[in-house]
Design a protein. Sequence first.
Length: 448
Amino acid sequence: MDALLARIAAREPKLHAFVEVYAAEARLAAEAADKAIRSGHALGPLHGIPIAIKDIVDIEGRVTTGGSASRLSHRATATATVVRRMLSHGLIVLGKTHTVEFACGAFGTNQHLGTPWNPWDAEVARTPGGSSSGSGVAVAARLAPWALGTDPGGSVRQPAAWCGITGLKTTIGRISTHGILPLSPSLDTPGPMARTVRDVALLYGILQGPDPLDPLTLRREAADPMPALESGVRGLRLARLPAQERAGAAADVLEAYDRSLALLAGLGAQIVDISLPFRLADVASMTSIARAESYLLNGHLVEDRGLKLDEVVRRRLLSGAGISAQDYLATQRRRLEMKLEMDAALAGAHALLTPTTATTAVPLAQINYDEQPTLFARFVNMLEMCALALPNGFTAEGLPTSLQIACRGYEEAMALRIGHAYQQASDWHERLPPAVERRQVAPAGLVA
């Protein structure tokens, strides 16, 4: 804990990953964990491990800004289910991490509370990915071994891709959203972020499960991903991205993607071709659900011109005001039809492999907010699938690329199994960004 807090103190002025660091409380909890473990009262293998929490997740008595300057005095009156589960296993909350305002944005920027610095470029401020921007930067810069994000439309995988870490988008209902500031209840889902697939799997294993306060979690029993994690990919059928879907992706992203397919084939997987029943861009353009629901929840705030809000976010949320009930319901109906069509297209395949993002992190000065950077991410949310993002290469500029492993809903264990096999045969996840010097990395045993 001392090593992490020292690194945060040294790096945080530039990286700006944290809204607030609970230094005194975290150190006290570390002392308590040390004494408990030495006295034979360990809560389990995760006891004493630090974690950073996205600042849309409530912790009783702590401020939850939701990335908004309008909520700087909003103190939570209860603790979110995911945090209570972490604490019950002995994890230690380091602090809250920055997010896009109201978790509404994929680039990771925040006009009023500040944008975290992507640690893979020490000179140029680049997109960290959003909306879980601070969580991605905190893990990438080794300020925390684990972080929690949320993913209604790519918000775990986007920062995982651009910050060179591993992130899991879970199926709706796998992890309770009780106590998490909602953006789009039909799409919201929390997800773990870490350096490795194994660490992501460990955290996912304790966060999932039924919660009476979130009825969606009562649909499926918890499924431990660890027994199958080491099973490898030999004999698995992994679908490649259809040729027409490669258009628009950067050449270096596609090169890394093709190398990933070759690596997995070398491990014994069968790389198969499939025909998708629709274009991924068509799914990405279906924003009526998210816009209508987010306006319902936040419309009273964005309509108040006296509030200090990010104008890009305000404009995005205001677009939900004009969506009719007919449009919303028609999109929900079409969403269900497309889910069944995708299930049929993936029959016989264990996963669909895509790049996580079409480009690597772009300079903040070059952001076009009218563009949609989540082309390869959004279909997973809309079709109630799960997906894992993990590093799979670097560009000539030294920026990370990312592989996405998308599986049917509730098949997180399969995505993690494939991802772990890939990481066992590669070392992209072990690379350090320029903002982290190797001599400053915490001792082995502190960071998983």
